[in-house]
Design a protein around this ligand. Structure first.
Ligand code: PHE
Length: 476
């Protein structure tokens, strides 16, 4: 990260940080809000799973519309405003909510009594899902477009951008979490949702005010314009794909397929791993019990702290030349495989930690902390580099649509993560199994993820040479 970056990167960094603050702030309260006043725990989990899946499905639509009609800028503004409206409707939902239940989760009557709040909540979710589809792929594409196609700084630009994402994700639960309500006072949640709404509005205002000044290439050309606003010679939407472009898209699709396994394992953080922290981790420090939800901040903290380390590592390896002139730095696709390997190692470490423990015994918090640390090495190896790779390989006229496809793998992962989490052995019900593999202990449960991401990593490493051939002499 020696060379400096264009100012536009920091505008995109701040815009995305505020948007992610809004998204993760609301998400931190969402399940709690639902079970406090509106739904049974089971229904709430289901709604949460569907919501987090759909949020990453709509980028396909947002990417397509941006490439074809609106351009990135207009799509980001429209998406941001719709998301802000969604957060405002969450605020209204919590304003009208009545505390009509006697205990958490006993919400069957509450759903009926709180009809208006439920309607407002679903409309809000629809807005956030739709708005995110227009915001997320387009802001990610713009990061890459600040640079010339072969500019070496793209990976480090996406890593810096990714730090912005995680700073937002880290602060949000701490701030919005201050307004946790409960079944005796569910409308207290409204302040958390209002803060999420304000953050989103700030994000849009920043973007609108500063975009013309900073979102330009090094030659001063504005980026992210609609097709119709570009000079004639830059309009290239209808050109058919060349052979190489088809190969590039094919490579992105293959890698995206593998990435599904990464996020399906990684996203256990919000589901089974949080349950594990709650039930089977000794959270006492000097007689004080650390709240379960605080552990959710760990991945984001590690991510921000490790981002410069990883960027430095790639740069260091990039400078080491082998005899044949190649460098020691892994290719972008190898970094994806490496990310999967880190994930497997993280789960292996925790599987060792919980080996042989009796049901109900609690293990040291060092185990979950180590897992999150190792997983962040994996996330940094995979996610920002993946965004950068997608941007470099996509034909420019389809860049945002293909970014949408990349996010779609996250959507599939979120659905899958929910299903895999149900394999967590709760002791009460019958022994569960997957593909003939019986899961009777938590040790077995964690091994599922070791095997899943381990195999995906090995396979991806193995097919790297084929993909290298498909890419010809392009550097990725
Ligand atoms: N922390 C990442 C983000 O919020 C998670 C993510 C990765 C989401 C990839 C979508 C796709 O951006």
């Amino acid at each position: 990260m020696k060379q400096s970056h264009p100012k536009g990167l920091y505008l995109l960094f701040a815009t995305e940080m505020a948007e992610r603050f809004s998204y993760y702030g609301m998400r931190a309260l969402f399940t709690l809000y639902m079970v406090s006043a509106l739904f049974t725990t089971e229904d709430a989990f289901e709604i949460y799973g569907t919501y987090t899946g759909l949020v990453y499905l709509t980028p396909l639509i947002g990417g397509y519309i941006a490439d074809r009609y609106w351009g990135n800028r207009r799509s980001i503004i429209a998406g941001g405003l719709v998301m802000a409206l969604g957060q405002f409707l969450m605020f209204l939902s919590a304003c009208f909510v009545q505390n009509s239940i006697a205990s958490e989760g006993a919400a069957i009557d509450a759903t009926i009594n709180n009809h208006l709040s439920v309607m407002l909540m679903f409309t809000a979710l629809g807005c956030i899902i739709l708005g995110n589809g227009f915001f997320k792929p387009n802001i990610s594409t713009m990061v890459g477009d600040l640079y010339a196609p072969t500019d070496k700084r793209k990976d480090s630009a996406f890593t810096i951008f990714y730090m912005g994402i995680n700073i937002g994700a880290f602060i949000a639960p701490l701030v919005c979490g201050l307004f946790e309500g409960d079944f005796s006072n569910p409308s207290r949640f409204r302040w958390g949702f209002l803060i999420a709404c304000i953050a989103m509005v700030i994000s849009v205002i920043l973007f609108v005010l500063l975009k013309n000044k900073y979102l330009v290439t090094s030659d001063g050309e504005p980026i992210g314009l609609a097709q119709s606003d570009k000079p004639k010679f830059q309009q290239e939407q209808s050109k058919p794909l060349t052979r190489q472009e088809k190969y590039n898209i094919c490579v992105i699709f293959i890698v995206a397929l593998f990435v599904i396994f990464f996020w399906a394992s990684y996203e256990q953080a919000g589901v089974s791993l949080t349950y594990f922290v709650n039930q089977q981790t000794d959270r006492n420090i000097l007689g004080w019990e650390v709240p379960t939800s605080w552990f959710q901040c760990l991945p984001a903290i590690f991510c921000v702290a490790l981002a410069p380390v990883m960027a430095g590592l790639w740069e260091f390896l990039g400078r080491r030349k082998l005899k044949n002139g190649k460098t020691l730095e892994p290719t972008s696709i190898q970094k994806q495989a490496l990310g999967l390997a880190f994930l497997a190692i993280g789960y292996l470490v925790i599987a060792i930690g919980v080996d042989d423990i009796a049901p109900g015994t609690k293990v040291s918090m060092m185990w979950i902390t180590s897992l999150y640390f190792i997983h962040e090495l994996g996330e940094l190896s995979l996610s920002p580099i993946g965004l950068s790779m997608v941007n470099r390989l996509s034909p420019k006229r389809f860049a945002s649509l293909i970014m949408g496809v990349w996010f779609m793998s996250t959507a599939i992962s979120n659905f899958l993560a929910g299903h895999l989490a149900t394999l967590y052995p709760d002791g009460a019900s019958e022994v569960k199994s997957i593909l003939g593999f019986q899961i009777s202990t938590i040790h077995d449960f964690f091994l599922v993820f070791v095997v899943m991401s381990g195999i995906a990593s090995i396979l991806l490493f193995a097919i790297c040479p084929i993909m290298k051939k498909m890419l010809g002499n392009q550097e990725v």
